[in-house]
Design a protein around this ligand. Structure first.
Ligand SMILES: C=C(O[C@@H]1C=C(C(=O)O)C=C[C@H]1O)C(=O)O
Length: 427
């Protein structure tokens, strides 16, 4: 790895050596994570956790995806890999998280030093190092993570009332024919008494939001219900969400609400834009595709969504990695809008905040380019606060169409803060 793309800042230029071995079930993967440099991508207890940094690259700007793909090609081409399992996620892998917007676009790919993965009833450990690998570590459950202590929430960049006015402005511009749909988000700031030990919210998100992908990459964590793209041995899949209704906590009422959502023309329209944008971006890579005609309702503890699982076959002649597919799909109408360019310009004009890596692709990739990238929703970014405290920035957004009502959209955004908000609670 002598030459690196200009938009990339790598940490390791050495040749990597990776070795994966099968191990006995060590119990819940999240319980194995140490406090220092943990990474995670898990759903229903399966997936990947990792710790330490064997190599990483930071990229930025409009070239952030291309620069990361180039770096990964170089790293994986020069690596020596011994993998006794050869299942998705074993062998050399990286985890990554990408900014929503081109500017500043700060993004990261990380190759952990240790990865523990689970798929079905198989569990493995991968140890990755420079030129030589250490023996696999003992896998033992770590003590309960440190609690955040008292947590105080405050408005972020734009307060609730001001945000309603921004939504109203978007509705007006949609009705004036400028665009069809735009996704607008806001942030909340949580101040935690102690610096955040990210394993605290991760454990809670992993058990409360089993239908979601619980993730952490370099300070961005959450539990997303939306899979931007999975590439696995020539098959691509994407779970598209758009159209939301809040749950009441009363099962019978929620079922009636689910039926209302499935018939709501406003939500079906919003959903249709999102499905079309994903299908159109995947089509050039696929020989055949399955796009269901109508969505199903995905039930989460806080909200219900209209959901469509899109699938396609990528021929051997198409060598696009899952990250390139994610880059082609980003930003889908689920987090940008329709038409994409007009919506993205409107977001930066009126939203009033930098999204950072919220609503960008987050996930993992192996040396063959297979892997999974979700959309970083129901997420937050954390760092140090003043005087030994912690600071967490939570994000939530909503698709705005012609019939959107600002007050209901604000309530919907509040409901989307709930997963991370609740996961920070408890002392
Ligand atoms: C933008 C978010 O969610 C997206 C917007 C949705 C909607 O407007 O109905 C639903 C799911 C997501 O695609 C978010 O959670 O922040």
């Amino acid at each position: 790895m002598t030459s690196t793309p200009s938009a990339a800042t790598p940490t390791s230029l050495g040749r990597l050596v990776a070795r994966s071995i099968e191990v006995a079930d060590p119990g819940p993967l999240l319980d194995l994570l140490p406090e220092d440099a943990p990474t995670a991508w898990l759903r229903r207890g399966e997936g990947i956790v990792g710790w330490g940094v064997a190599a990483s690259v930071r990229t930025s700007g409009p070239e952030r995806f291309d620069a990361a793909v180039d770096w990964w090609h170089q790293v994986s081409a020069s690596a020596v890999v011994r993998d006794e399992l050869a299942v998705p996620g074993s062998g050399l892998i990286c985890l990554g998280s990408f900014a929503f917007a081109d500017d500043p676009g700060d993004s990261v790919l990380i190759v952990p030093k240790v990865v523990v993965g689970r798929r079905g009833d198989r569990t493995w450990v991968t140890v990755i190092g420079d030129d030589e690998v250490s023996p696999p570590p003992d896998l033992v459950a770590q003590p309960e993570p440190r609690a955040p202590g008292e947590v105080v929430f405050a408005d972020g960049s734009v307060g609730g009332t001001a945000w309603e006015a921004v939504v109203a402005q978007a509705v007006q511009r949609i009705n004036a024919g400028e665009l069809e749909k735009v996704v607008l988000a806001r942030d909340l700031i949580a101040s935690t008494e102690a610096p955040l030990d990210v394993r605290w919210p991760l454990r809670r998100l992993g058990s409360e939001y089993e239908m979601c992908w619980t993730f952490h990459v370099d300070g961005l964590f959450g539990a997303t219900p939306e899979l931007l793209v999975r590439r696995e041995r020539g098959l691509v899949t994407s779970r598209v969400l758009a159209g939301t209704i809040r749950r009441t906590g009363d099962d019978e009422r929620d079922l009636a609400l689910a039926a209302t959502l499935a018939r709501s023309s406003k939500d079906l329209e919003e959903h249709e834009y999102a499905v079309r944008s994903v299908a159109d971006s995947l089509a050039p890579h696929c020989t055949s595709m399955n796009v269901p005609e109508s969505p199903f309702v995905l039930h989460l503890p806080n909200v219900m969504h209209l959901a469509t699982d899109v699938a396609g076959v990528v021929p051997d002649t198409d060598s696009s990695t899952v990250l390139e597919l994610a880059a082609a799909l980003h930003p889908s109408a689920a987090v940008g809008g329709t038409p994409t360019d007009v919506a993205v310009a409107m977001i930066s004009e009126i939203e009033g905040m930098d999204r950072g890596r919220y609503a960008g692709p987050v996930g993992w990739m192996d040396a063959s380019g297979d892997g999974e990238f979700g959309i970083a929703l129901r997420s937050a970014e954390y760092g140090p606060g003043p005087n030994g405290t912690g600071r967490v920035r939570l994000f939530a957004g909503c698709g705005i169409v012609a019939e959107s009502d600002p007050e209901s959209e604000l309530a919907e955004a509040q409901a989307k803060f709930v997963p991370v908000r609740d996961a920070l609670a408890g002392r």
